[in-house]
Design a protein around this ligand. Structure first.
Ligand code: PLP
Length: 458
């Protein structure tokens, strides 16, 4: 075994080398160089340790992915065994490896019944690029090549490749690099607290889905290939749609023959207390993007579940699909995926989130609504959002230049908690192995950080 490299240098030395050579994703490079990166060296269960030995409750599961927690030996052993036997072989040129076949089979078992086929990628972004190419190919094959447009939503996150960032509705991303690419349009998000409070959530959900129908009629539905959405918008701030939203979206897609794509990169594999978010919210997607939770982030893997309606056309009429990645079906990633899904099944993590830890987090968030800084607090399974407000009587937000979310995030970091700030919305997505007692621990940490933030800004 190689020695642990993390203790081979001081924190300051790591930070200096980091600032000198490493361009981090989604990072202001100058600010990072000034402050120095936090160096994470170890993980166990739901906790991380930094290079100064501080223990941190990782309430973001890495980046929404370490769902089975850190240090699961079954995943580690499976990867090591596969690396010894066959670290890589591709799935091009009519070849396959047993791990990729086995994972494809298992995915067909745990996903909704319309899914019997999978296309593997290395990430969620690549999965969504595959979606764009696949839905356009499908309509071409059906003799409707004019169906090109994909409708998505503002403030959605679908990845960082050209197509992924275009499908996403993040204004700051579109401002860099000439995005979105042609043929992708956006409608408003179903954000009840921000824009719909004069209606009941149920009425607002139907109203917000109606924006899709309006857009289809404006574009001409015969030009629209697909609608894509995250069941719960994650990176946008854990925006939980009203229960009426997705069934109405489904009805509209059915009415106009538009394909429905569920981006399950965050919501998949138990996060919502159901195997997939579409099952929680009652839609029947034609395609489903996944990544992150499929391997609990232990190794990179993503893909697209392809509904039989599309798979049949691609297989029977398609000839060669001119698309693929070197790492499509990577054998090490796939064995880890298989072990990870088996572990989720063995530990009954989906049921635990649905029946035990999800309701406990919901109860905790209900109690946080009394805090003077909290305008709104909501959860879905093991995801939660707290909207920080200046005046809770009418939901007035703080001026953005105060960066109250960042103040709160600073208190979290300083007190052993990773909670993410999206503007002034504080979000969590703890590992699915989090126990009921750890949810209570999380609650105490969050309450303490809210108090400290309140003391700074009141
Ligand atoms: N889709 C959703 C819903 C995501 O949250 C993400 C990443 O956070 C992606 C796609 C992109 O996945 P990746 O970062 O693996 O490319």
């Amino acid at each position: 075994m190689n020695a642990d490299i993390s203790s081979s240098r001081s924190t300051r030395d790591w930070q200096a080398a980091d600032a000198a050579h490493f361009l981090h994703p989604f990072t202001d490079f100058q600010s990072l160089a000034r402050k120095g990166a936090r160096i994470i060296t170890r993980g166990e269960n739901v906790y991380l340790w930094d290079s100064d030995g501080h223990r941190i409750f990782d309430a973001m599961s890495g980046l929404w992915c370490v769902n089975v927690g850190y240090g699961q030996q079954a995943l580690i052993d499976a990867a090591a065994r596969q690396m010894q036997q066959l670290p890589f072989y591709n799935a091009f040129f009519q070849t396959a490896t047993p791990p990729a076949i086995q994972l494809a089979e298992l995915l067909a078992e745990v996903t909704p019944p319309q899914f019997q086929h999978v296309f593997f990628s290395g990430s969620g972004s690549e999965g969504n690029d595959t979606v764009v190419r696949m839905v356009r190919r499908y309509w071409d094959l059906l003799g409707q090549p004019e169906r090109q447009v994909i409708v998505s939503r503002k403030n959605a996150y679908h990845g960082s490749t050209m197509a992924g960032a275009s499908l996403g509705g993040m204004a700051a991303m579109h401002a860099q690099g000439g995005l979105p690419i042609p043929g992708i349009v956006h409608i408003e998000q179903p954000h009840w607290y921000q824009v719909g409070r004069e209606m009941t959530p149920e009425a607002f959900g139907v109203h917000a889905a109606g924006w899709l129908e309006e857009k289809l009629l404006e574009l001409g539905p015969e030009k629209v290939a697909a609608f894509i959405g995250e069941p719960v918008q994650g990176a946008g701030g854990v925006i939980v749609p009203p229960d009426s939203y997705w069934p109405e979206i489904q009805r509209i897609c059915d009415k106009y023959g538009v394909l429905l794509v569920s981006d399950e990169v965050i919501c998949g594999f138990g996060r919502t207390g159901h195997w997939f978010g579409c099952e929680r919210f009652g839609s029947r997607p034609d395609l489903m993007t996944f990544a992150k939770g499929v391997t609990s982030g232990y190794v990179p893997l993503g893909g697209v579940m392809v509904g039989e309606r599309i798979a049949k056309v691609l297989i029977e009429q398609g000839g060669e699909f001119e698309h693929g990645y070197t790492y499509s079906g990577h054998p090490v990633a796939c064995v880890v995926g298989v072990e990870n899904i088996r572990l989720i099944q063995q530990l009954k993590l989906v049921e635990r989130v649905r029946d035990e830890t999800g309701p406990r987090l919901a109860k905790l968030y209900a109690s946080l609504r009394d805090h003077p800084l909290v305008g709104h607090a909501e959860t879905c399974g093991l995801m939660g959002a707290i909207q920080l407000v200046k005046d809770k009587s009418d939901g007035t937000l703080f001026p953005s230049e105060l960066e109250v979310g960042m103040v709160c995030r600073g208190h979290c970091f300083g007190n052993g908690l990773i909670m993410r700030a999206v503007g002034d919305r504080m979000i969590v997505a703890p590992p699915l192995v989090t126990t009921a007692e750890q949810i209570d621990e999380l609650g105490r940490l969050i309450a303490m950080c809210l108090d400290k933030t309140w003391a700074d800004v009141k």
